[in-house]
Design a binder for this molecule. Sequence first.
Ligand code: ME8
Length: 670
Amino acid sequence: MSKTFYITTPIYYVNARPHIGHAYTTIACDTIARRQRMLGLDTYFLTGTDEHGQKIERAAQAAGKTPQQLTDEVSAQFRALWQRMGLSYDDYIRTTSERHKLGVQALWRRIAANGFIYKGHYTGQYCVFDELYVDAVGPGASCPECGRPTETVQEENYFFKLSAFEDKLLRLYTEQPDFIRPETRRNEVMSFVRSGLRDLSISRSTFSWGIPVPDDPKHVIYVWLDALANYITALGYGSGDESKYEKYWPADVQMIGKEIVRFHCVYWPAFLMAAGLPLPKAIVAHGWLLFEESKMSKSRGNIVRAETILDVLGADALRYFLLREIVFGQDGSFSFDALVQRYNADLANGLGNLASRTLTMIRRYFKGEMPYPSAAARTAADVAIAEAARRAIAEFHTQFEQYQFSRALESAWGLVAAVDKYIVENEPWALGEKGDEGSRARLATVLYTSAEALRIVTALAHPVMPEATAKIWTQLGLGDIKKVPLAELKWGQIQLGTKLGNVEPVFPRADKSAIERMQNMEEQQRGAPAVAEEVRPAVSAAAASAPVVSLPAAAPQLVIPDSRITIDDFAKVELRVGQVKVAEKVKGADKLLRLEVDLGTEVRQVVAGIAESYAPETLIGRKVVIVANLAPRKLRGLESNGMIVAASPEGGKAVLAGFLEDVAVGTRLK
Ligand code: ME8
């Protein structure tokens, strides 16, 4: 039986559509999975979507959908994108699926049976955005992770005895230093655990969008316990058929972004220890993709969609760029300029050019058959290329295994550069014109050497750029690249006399308009949010690279977007807290309500387009935000003196802005 390899991505929240931040993790895992398959391992690659919890329930409300509708829709968007990108996952887990539910409940029962769950009362702060219990005091205290106001939760909950695992966890990190990668994250986690662990509330009872607690369905299971369990429920844990679980668990690599390190490196191993189940071998955390200087994120509205890049340059360009440009583990900036520059330099002019000129010359001078190198015509330059290739193979493997994708690719592309130089210096085109026997023998050797180097770079790069390398492989006449036994790759394996396939350009050069096209496509999308969401304070690049598990996190700083206004401009808008006293439908207007709103000093008549979202009687007494200094205007003959502030999701219903804490009528917002 061959050795197994199990790799997972985080399961992504379905509160908004995917962007290239999600693609980044998924591409990295796909690349590793493809390489492991080429190395002959029985590989299992899992991804999926995280569909429960308060965050999703609220996103659905804001979009005017049921949670089920929203999760079905967004989960389908993720799958459609991954399929379009040709990602080679073996399974896609949805946390709303029956198989997952059964597995989570089985895990709960097992942890409970081992005595690590008890009932208690929780009173404290909760951040819905991060689905995180926060050690902060006081209503409205900011979440140390994201800076948003937290909400006070006061509930009867089930608790997990996390405190019982402090020593065991520290022992794990010490005895298995590779459990958390990279080292910086390991250090953060260790100091977090050393500072003391408190028991964790693992159920909620004030909303219902989740998996019921076994034998106590008033409670739903805390979304992170639910979500983390996906890594085993997808393998059939708790389903009755655990053959896949037996075969693949524990995972070899669990890849995540650095902001969810605590959940994966503290909670997850503690849950597994409590259940008496084996722990994953490694949690590997990468950095953030930044765009316009801050973390690319749906809530910040600074996302880049993968679709745009696929349309203009293709999936391989995106894959290569992300893995080559960003030092894995660190934050890295994305820009369309850098993408196109990298594409042209390394792919169009680099690998693409090497392939097309080598193969075109073999066609022209050897009728498309791989030429035989002649020992007599061999020079030191040929030997140097063979040596460079051997080095590139060795370095590529070492660096790749250390998750140094960028350096691994740099090593392989070092070979591309060396062969380019070799071709220029050996002038095969001049040899081809000569026709004497010596020149012909030399030409055969030069083209053989170039083709062999091309073959090696292509095989190494296959996991990174599956589509383009498969094309080059076919052009080389070598069949199915997926079947190449990568562990045996070495110089001198090309079959002499092989007939080349049709030679076609693989990476057409991108001109400047490609950048503009992509920018325009994204610009158009920006105006159209897929799913309404609260706005998260923008975090600067400096704050973005701050440690993520130590508390308190670096204070978020505001980043000024392009369509900026000054503070004075903002001060011109008088926003005040009002309270609705009267609300009624406006005759003959389906969308309008007539409201009388108390501003503390006066009662205003306001006509608002919210009749489709709110029944008038539900608004009486509600505190709202009013633009108080708006010039009056007439709607359906009624004077409207001000405007009520609401979120207006595309295609969804308006949601009124409000307050979590009590605030006096008339208070100014600034
Ligand atoms: O956290 N840069 O889901 P999520 C790099 N459901 N990676 C990024 C990124 C960026 N700007 N933005 C997103 C969740 N990612 C939970 C996970 S797992 C049991 C539950 C990637 O939709 C990165 O992998 O917020 C990050 O950890 C993940 O998407 C967060 O996705």
